[in-house]
Structure formats: structure tokens, C-alpha cells
Ligand binder design. Structure first.
Ligand code: HEM
Length: 406
């Protein structure tokens, strides 16, 4: 076990507790990374102005630099500090805060129901929904919905990915018929963000990034005052960008793509880990979905770690770290330390902390809760086995049939 293998380990939390019991930062010789695991160390690193989101010498990972995916990456709020971060962040944060939770919940429920409907074979991210053009018919009635397809492991795994990205794409203004295609492009794009991506996947990611940028460009041309009044997220971002004095149109386009990519894996993981919690303890199905989802963010969060890179020599709690070092920040370990007894600094850190904390928290939790409600309308989820998708930071279950796991 090490701090990266922990992400996809069946139960990393006892190990995290050991790490979080150590004070300050510790150097891991094997990983060649500094590790911040206690709540105090995690918060201190995330609050430190010289702990940056990217290495100074490599603002864009070499593997994707030079292509469209690299261009998107280089402009993301999440991947910049300083000027390229402050105003864009404010605009995204305000636009997301302007979303009506009722509208988000209704849209996510409709899509979760439509995407979960029985359709025989051929399940993909876009299954059922686009071809039949019947967005959410029958959803929202409260009646039991025919989501029994979701008893199949591969369908359940595809569904938990499809619902969040399609919901956010829809809120941004993509027409229903394009949602499966947008989701498929996003799947190709996020694959290149992993250091585990092959060259072939990186090539596909460039194509997907280009296609998404083009689609957003076309949509931006058509945004009207009535969209703004109707509360479209796209119009909201444009209005808030204007108000924040953020007028770099490439960066705005890239961050629209970024909203989808930030949604994609993390929210799928939140839904998946909530399903896992229900499989482990079926009695929890009687709890409100929002409470279930919140509990999973605390106890089994989808984003387990993030990284920071020192721009200058720093000193955190007496530990001196040279410039140019990488720090693995164990968000999921921070609560596991000995002082985790409800003190404010022990608040869950699954959405980060400080300057880069997630502005999509409410959106993500609303989508996940809506999806879980739809799933539970047909009773507790089927008892399936699962493994975790290979990843260095995201804990996302892949459901498998019982015999495959043996
Ligand atoms: C369960 C789902 C989600 C989780 C667990 C999650 C987690 C996180 C975390 C941990 C960070 C901070 C990373 C760091 O400091 O290194 C972050 C940043 C961010 N997230 Fe989320 N996120 C989720 C969903 C979303 C959604 C739905 C959106 C928007 C549509 C979103 C937008 C962002 C953005 C724009 C940032 C960068 C903020 C900045 O750098 O200032 N996230 N997220």
C-alpha cells in the first residue's frame, strides 16, 4: 500500500488514518513525493500561496502540450494560479451559484430516469435517450420507473457517468439530441488528464477537445438575452465573465469545456460510491438521498487526493521543502486522523479547501442525489460486485457481475 495505491484499494481508510496521525509533511522515498495527510497539513498546503497547482516548468503536461486538449488544459481555472485564476474563478463560482437547485434537480432526475430505461442491448453513454428523443418522459411522476436495466453492472457503470455530464451539458444549453455525443467527447477528453493515458487516447482527446470547443463557439454565437433570463448556465458564465472583467474568449471557451470535465469523473464517482454504500448497507436506502450523498462525500469521497508544487522554498509546521517539489495532498485522509471528532478543521475536504476549492459542490451533490433517488424508486440496487477504475486520484467503482469478481 502507498498513498497512490490507496485510491483504488478496497479499504484505504485504516492506512490513511496511520498517515494522518503523523504531524506535518512527510517525504515518501518510493513515490518521490511529499505527503500531506493530517487535516492541519492538508489545509496548510492548500492555503499556502507558494504551493501551486502546476509545476512551474510544466504548466501543461508534456504528453498533451501542443494539441487542442493541451490548449484547454492550459487555460483551466483549476490549473492556474494568480491572474489567470482569480477573475475566471469568480465568474465560474458566481455563475454556478446562480443555478436554481430545483431546476438542476428536475433536469438530473429526468435524465437519470430516461438514461436508466430498459433498452435491451447496446448500452453506451448515450443509450436510449437521444435516439428516441424522449427526454425524461414519465420522470418526475414519483411512480416506480422502469430503471431495471440498472441491475446490469455495465449499464449501471455507464449510467452513473452519463447522468452528471449530460445534466451539466443540458444546463449549459446543449440540445437534448446532442447530449450523448457531448458525453462521449468528454469521456475521450478526460482520459488524457490521467498520467495512465496511452498515446492513442491522447490523440482522441485532442479531437474531442477541438470538437467541444467548436460546439461551444457555435452556441456562444446563438446566446441571447432570453437565454440569460431563462437562467442558462452558459449565459450566466458570459454575464459573470463580463462583470468580473474576464474577456479572454479562448479561456472562457476552455473553461466551459472545463465545467464538463470537472463534472465528469468526480460526480460519476460520487454516484458510484453512494451505490457502493447502499450495497454494503441496504438499510441506508430509507435515508434521504441528499444525506446519503453527503455521508459518502465524508466517508468515501470520489476525489481522494490532489497535488501541489512548490514555487519557492516553504516551511510548513517546521518542515522545510525546497522549491520545485511535488506534494500529494490526501484530501480523503485528512478526516481519518486521531482528532477527527467533529472539530471544524475536521470538516470533510473532498471538495478541496482554500483558493481552489470546488465551486461545483452544490451542483454535484444535487445531481448525485437526484440520480440516487431515481435508482431507489425501484428498491435497493442489485447486489453487484465492483472493482475500482485505475486512477491516481479518483475513486470510481466499476460494477461487475459476482462471478467476474471471483
Ligand atoms: C462530486 C463531484 C465533485 C468533486 C468531488 C469535486 C472536487 C473538486 C476538488 C477537490 C477541487 C479542488 C482541486 C484542487 O484544489 O486541487 C475541485 C475544483 C474545481 N471543481 Fe469540482 N468537484 C466535483 C464536481 C464539480 C462540478 C459539477 C463542477 C462544475 C460544473 C466542478 C467545478 C470545479 C472547478 C471549476 C474547480 C476549480 C476551482 C479552482 O481552481 O478555483 N466540480 N473540485
Amino acid at each position: 500500500m502507498d498513498a497512490i495505491a490507496a485510491v483504488t484499494h478496497p479499504d484505504p481508510y485504516p492506512y490513511y488514518a496511520v498517515l494522518a496521525a503523523q504531524r506535518g509533511l512527510v517525504y515518501d522515498q518510493r513515490l518521490k513525493l511529499w505527503i500531506a495527510a493530517s487535516a492541519a497539513a492538508v489545509s496548510a498546503v492548500l492555503a499556502h500561496p507558494d504551493c501551486r497547482v502546476r509545476p512551474m516548468a510544466e504548466p501543461v503536461p508534456t504528453a498533451i502540450a501542443g494539441g487542442s486538449a493541451g490548449q484547454v488544459f492550459g487555460a483551466l481555472v483549476r490549473m492556474n494560479d494568480g491572474e489567470r485564476h482569480a477573475a475566471p474563478r469568480l465568474a465560474l463560482q458566481r455563475a454556478l451559484a446562480g443555478l436554481d437547485p430545483g431546476v438542476v434537480h428536475a433536469r438530473a432526475s429526468e435524465l437519470a430516469a430516461a438514461l436508466g430505461r430498459r433498452r435491451g442491448s447496446g448500452i453506451t453513454h448515450g443509450f436510449a435517450y437521444a435516439e428516441r428523443g424522449e427526454a425524461g418522459a414519465g420522470a418526475g411522476t414519483g411512480a416506480a420507473l422502469p430503471v431495471d436495466e440498472l441491475r446490469q453492472p455495465s449499464a449501471l457503470s455507464a449510467w452513473m457517468f452519463a447522468v452528471p455530464v449530460q445534466t451539466v451539458a443540458s444546463l449549459l444549453g446543449f440540445p437534448d439530441a446532442q447530449l450523448p455525443q457531448v458525453a462521449a467527447w468528454m469521456g475521450d477528453f478526460v482520459a488524457c488528464l490521467s498520467p495512465l493515458a496511452s498515446e492513442e487516447r491522447v490523440g482522441r482527446a485532442h479531437g474531442a477537445a477541438l470538437a467541444l470547443l467548436e460546439r461551444f463557439k457555435t452556441m456562444l454565437r446563438g446566446v441571447s438575452a432570453s437565454d440569460a433570463q431563462a437562467g442558462s448556465l452558459l449565459a450566466g458564465v458570459l454575464a459573470e465573465a463580463d462583470a468580473a472583467g474576464w474577456n479572454n474568449s479562448h479561456a472562457i471557451l476552455a473553461n466551459l469545456v472545463g465545467m464538463l470535465s470537472q463534472t465528469y469523473e468526480a460526480t460519476a464517482g460520487l454516484i458510484g460510491n453512494t451505490v457502493v454504500a447502499l450495497m454494503r448497507e441496504p438499510a441506508q436506502a430509507c435515508l434521504p438521498a441528499a444525506a446519503l450523498v453527503q455521508g459518502v462525500m465524508r466517508d468515501d469521497p470520489p476525489i481522494q487526493n490532489t497535488r501541489r508544487y512548490t514555487a519557492q522554498a516553504i516551511d510548513i509546521d517546521g518542515v522545510k521543502i525546497e522549491a520545485g517539489q511535488a506534494i500529494l495532498v490526501l484530501l480523503a485522509a485528512a478526516r481519518c486522523g486521531p482528532s477527527a471528532h467533529g472539530k471544524s478543521q475536521d470538516a470533510p475536504l473532498g471538495f478541496g479547501h482554500g483558493m481552489h476549492a470546488c465551486p461545483g459542490q452544490a451542483l454535484a451533490q444535487t445531481i448525485a442525489a437526484a440520480a440516487i433517488e431515481v435508482l431507489l424508486r425501484n428498491g435497493a440496487p442489485a447486489a453487484l460486485a465492483w472493482c475500482y477504475r485505475p486512477s491516481v486520484n479518483a475513486r470510481i467503482p466499476e460494477f461487475i457481475a459476482e462471478q467476474e469478481s471471483a
